[in-house]
Design a protein around this ligand. Structure first.
Ligand SMILES: Cc1cc2nc3c(=O)[nH]c(=O)nc-3n(C[C@H](O)[C@H](O)[C@H](O)COP(=O)(O)OP(=O)(O)OC[C@H]3O[C@@H](n4cnc5c(N)ncnc54)[C@H](O)[C@@H]3O)c2cc1C
Length: 510
């Protein structure tokens, strides 16, 4: 890997250090040099907060056909069946790979302990207590940090894809890297590479109430869209039914496995309501539970109750949640847990084929940022860590072939004047605009949507876009870049939601 002034060259640029990015980097490092850029520390990602687990057919009573059918049913059969079949059939191999690199999955009687979540007809979720994502990230990071072919750039925010026209064809753009802001030094580095990988995760921060960490501002979708990549199914934003709903406290996600292990949803008087909505009650698909919660919350607060499982079991099975909730003043074994839905997962994204290729040569995507079609209109629980593993592994082949084809990637860069010193007044303005868009999206393009409100939202977002462009002329920093991306993704979600006239899966209009 070469560094000249503020230009870094490598074979692969991986944007994002969640499970998708790290797994790819490890496998791709066998074929070339890899640069990983990531917004904050390597560990900070949606992946790191995944509690429930990773789905795979691991029990003799289970079958690929059942997992495929559960996935298709949750996705309202709008899934790409081929993609689903690939994901499900490759799942056991991926679990074995994780075990081989040291992931300590929870066990019972010397066998993997399998839990259940909404929409699954069988117990098929491998987990590490309730901190599965953190443990997988830990194991992958350990490997990545000891790999000589991988260089890591933390606090580096990619903000523009480099897509000059192809020398030979002229007409077709291809991606040769990205401009990246080092947020500690306030410097821009140009990464010139043969293959650019988007593994930037989700878009949760577009919404006021969401379960995602602050890094999830939809950057990958926005950058790809600006570069002309095809974006699909953005209306399908999954709202998780149970995030902590306590004033002044974050919307901490309460994993679906709590319901999988017997937790029930009740009003203050202890009355259950989910059996009135679906035969699977609390374990109905997420869109159904979230909409039921939306209705029930009109009558009063809703709680999750797992107290009947007993203190010893709860502390052993959900150590992370028990501790986190304790800090927020809720004792999981003694109290009802106040809950409400929160934006959680982006089923759509940058469209790719089954090998991670986008419509722009040289640009690849996988993980939550991508749209492979596996989720259809609604994701089945614990299928996303699996999607990250399967499709990042598959993309190694296509990227490997691509970098062999590319000789020395060259890019004539025009100088981009960049100012960094945004005034404190401007910073305040940026934060206010971000918060306003998040509130707007929560009320107008949330769990239940109305055409009139969405049309109004689009007009307001256009005005924000104009204001953001003005600020961008005066300088850049992480906040304004993220606001630009949030606004861009908010527009994509709203436009897609307006185009889909009928309610289906995670998209519900009245
Ligand atoms: C609280 C919570 C619980 C969940 N539980 C489960 C579960 O139990 N099972 C399951 O299957 N799924 C679960 N999910 C969903 C799952 O965690 C994610 O879909 C998955 O981890 C996404 O992985 P990823 O690698 O695609 O992206 P992420 O893990 O989100 O990683 C994205 C990376 O990209 C970086 N990045 C973003 N933008 C830029 C930029 N502009 N420049 C540089 N770097 C950038 C980020 O810093 C981060 O490192 C959960 C999600 C959350 C939030």
């Amino acid at each position: 890997m070469g560094k000249k002034n503020d230009t870094i060259k490598a074979d692969f640029l991986v944007i994002g250090s969640g499970i998708a990015g790290l797994n790819f980097a490890l496998e791709a490092s066998k074929y070339g040099t890899v640069a990983i850029v990531t917004k904050k520390e390597l560990m900070e990602s949606n992946s790191n907060y995944a509690q429930g687990g990773i789905a795979a057919v691991l029990d003799t009573m289970d079958s690929f056909e059942k997992h495929i059918e559960d996935t298709m049913k949750a996705g309202c059969y709008l899934n790409d069946k081929k993609a689903v079949e690939i994901m499900v059939r490759e799942a056991p191999k991926q679990i074995q790979k994780l075990i081989d690199i040291g992931v300590g999955f929870s066990k019972e009687n010397n066998k993997l302990s399998l839990t259940k979540e909404g929409g699954h007809s069988m117990r098929r979720i491998a987990h590490v207590h309730d901190t599965t994502g953190k443990e997988i990230e830990r194991a992958l990071i350990h490997q990545v940090r000891h790999n000589e072919n991988i260089s890591i750039f933390e606090s580096y925010v990619a903000f523009r894809l480099l897509t000059p026209e192809h020398k030979s064809t002229k007409a077709q753009k291809h991606c040769v890297g990205a401009l990246v802001l080092n947020t500690e030094k306030n410097e821009v580095t140009t990464f010139i590479v043969k293959a650019t990988i988007l593994a930037t995760g989700g878009t949760g921060q577009v919404y006021k109430r969401n379960s995602n960490p602050k890094i999830a501002t939809g950057d990958g979708v926005a950058l790809a869209h600006e570069a002309g990549a095809e974006i699909c199914d953005m209306e399908f934003i999954q709202f998780h039914p149970t995030a902590l709903a306590k004033k002044g406290k974050p919307a901490l996600l309460i994993s679906e496995t709590v319901r999988g292990e017997g937790g029930i949803l009740v009003h203050k008087d202890g009355k259950r309501f989910m059996p009135n909505y679906h035969k699977l009650a609390e374990l109905a698909p997420r869109d159904i539970v979230s909409r039921a919660m939306f209705e029930e919350l009109k009558k009063g607060p809703v709680y999750l109750d797992i107290r009947h499982k007993g203190s010893t079991y709860i502390k052993q099975r959900f150590p992370y949640l028990y501790n986190e909730l304790w800090w927020y003043g809720v004792k999981m074994d003694k109290d009802l847990i106040p809950v409400a839905p929160a934006a959680h997962f982006t089923c759509g994204g940058v469209h790719t084929n089954l090998n991670g290729e986008t419509n722009i040569p040289g640009l690849f995507a996988f993980g939550e940022v991508a749209h492979t079609g596996v989720h259809g209109a609604n994701r089945l629980a614990s299928n996303s860590l699996l999607e990250c593993m399967v499709f990042s592994s598959r993309a190694v082949n296509s990227t490997k072939k691509y970098i062999r084809k590319m000789q020395n990637a060259k890019c004539k860069m025009q100088k981009i004047p960049i100012t960094y010193n945004l005034k404190p007044k401007t910073l305040n303005e940026i934060r206010k605009m971000t918060s306003s868009i998040q509130k707007l999206m929560w009320s107008n393009v949330g769990i239940v949507r109305e055409e009139k409100k969405m049309k109004k939202t689009l007009k307001i977002l256009d005005r924000y876009e104009t204001n953001i462009k003005q600020v961008l002329k005066t300088g850049i920093n992480r906040d304004i870049l993220e606001l630009k991306n949030i606004c861009n993704v908010a527009k994509l979600i709203t436009q897609a939601a307006l185009e889909r006239k009928e309610s289906v899966g995670a998209h519900f209009i009245v």
